[in-house]
Ligand binder design. Structure first.
Ligand SMILES: [Zn+2]
Length: 81
């Protein structure tokens, strides 16, 4: 699981320079190919932190031993409304 965490980190480093648009949009590329950006209710830094957290979660989930107690996955499905 440790290796998965390290790989998620290296697969999701930001690449290139921060680009600032005249309209206030701020973007930077991620090594995975996704473009990270700010938005109406979040900053670029918040998007980067969420993106890396999601990447770590997905990587660790993929290699987690069967039967390990989980927070996500043990919850009831979210209601559709
Ligand atoms: Zn990424």
């Amino acid at each position: 699981m440790r290796h998965a965490k390290v790989r998620a980190y290296t697969d999701h480093t930001t690449v290139g320079q921060v680009v600032v648009d005249p309209d206030g949009g701020v973007t930077i590329g991620c090594a995975c190919g996704m473009t990270l950006t700010n938005g109406p209710g979040w900053s670029l830094d918040e998007h980067i932190r969420l993106h890396r957290a999601e990447a770590r979660f997905l990587a660790l989930s993929a290699v987690a031993p069967p039967g390990i107690p989980r927070l996500i996955g043990s919850l009831p499905p979210a209601s559709a409304d």
